[in-house]
Design a protein around this ligand. Sequence first.
Ligand code: ADP
Length: 381
Amino acid sequence: MASRPEVAAVAATAEGGTAISLRGLAKRYGRTQALDDVSLEIEPGQFVTLLGPSGSGKTTLLQAIAGFVDPDAGSVLAGGMDITTLPAHRREIGLVFQHYALFPHLTVEQNIAYSLRVRGTAKQHRHELVQRFLDMVEMSDLGSRMPDELSGGQRQRVALARALVFEPKVVLLDEALSALDRKLRQSLQFTIKRIQRDIGATFIHVTHDQDEALAMSDVIVLMRAGSIEQVGTPADLYDHPVSPFAAAFMGEANLVEVTRVEGDALEHPGSRQRFGASHRLVPVPDVGAFEPLLCVRPEAIRLTADGGRDCLTGVLTAGVFMGDHWRYNVDIGTQSLVIKDFSSRTAQVEVGQQVQLELPRYDVPLFVPADPNRARVGVST
Ligand code: ADP
């Protein structure tokens, strides 16, 4: 039997999962501030996704939690215990990476059993666990295959089972599904969510794919240039973005320039059109001056041939059938807006035609600079 390595027991605060606290984490590489004072509380058993553009610090943050990156400042706590200086192999965290190589000379079963062998799990129990996790990732029939006899999706299922079989209370996934095609990705997303619910562990997942984040997460952490831009449920991020960046990153957003605001009456500067939209002001700090921007989702705009006087007027420049909706582009002067119409199977308007755009009657975010003195154009309400 393999000798049993010293294993750090990360204190669990709830059945199945461990709370993770990040406090003021910073990491610099040369002139790049990869992490800039990142603080975050993750509750036990949550599925959390770190989302953001390439280079925003997602992987660095995940690696600091895993113990592969040594932060310049700040701390990582698991279940209330400070693990900032604890070596990676003692953190008892399950890891699944995009290209997490399986041992090529071991069968699927042996690959999954490996982490149990090094922990000295008794043979009978080891066998039971391997079968249970093979079953969980729907690979029961393929236990005796070698890795090179598996498809990419099957290999990732084995990697997942291997990361979970020692029943860690925290599981980290780094772009684990990115190398797979869309159908496989969706099926594995479903599998991973189901397993996460079953075992109740805390999952932290890095992706740049917003659909994946929406489909899987209890909480999304949107990152930008080493900092956290916004934390919330998928619905929070979609309906209540805190900045134009958050609005544009999470789903599609029309950011309509607005110069004057009087009640619900707005004016579009390029075309001098007056139009109406029920909105709420969202002050955006730390960005300096910018034109106020109304954030309207494409599916929230109604396109008509003869709207009322509160509508924006534009010219249809494109209309494409997308299967479940029509996607239109409308030029309103200095800007082009995207509209998605799920209500009709046939195009309502023709390219080149003048159209009216009816904006939503509910609270649409209107981003304004937090410091009005720095704005180029004032907003009076
Ligand atoms: P993401 O995962 O969001 O793409 P990363 O955390 O990988 O972002 O990187 C954040 C920033 O830190 C990037 O500018 C990246 O180039 C830089 N960076 C990350 N790791 C290193 C490293 N080992 N050496 C130098 N720069 C790095």
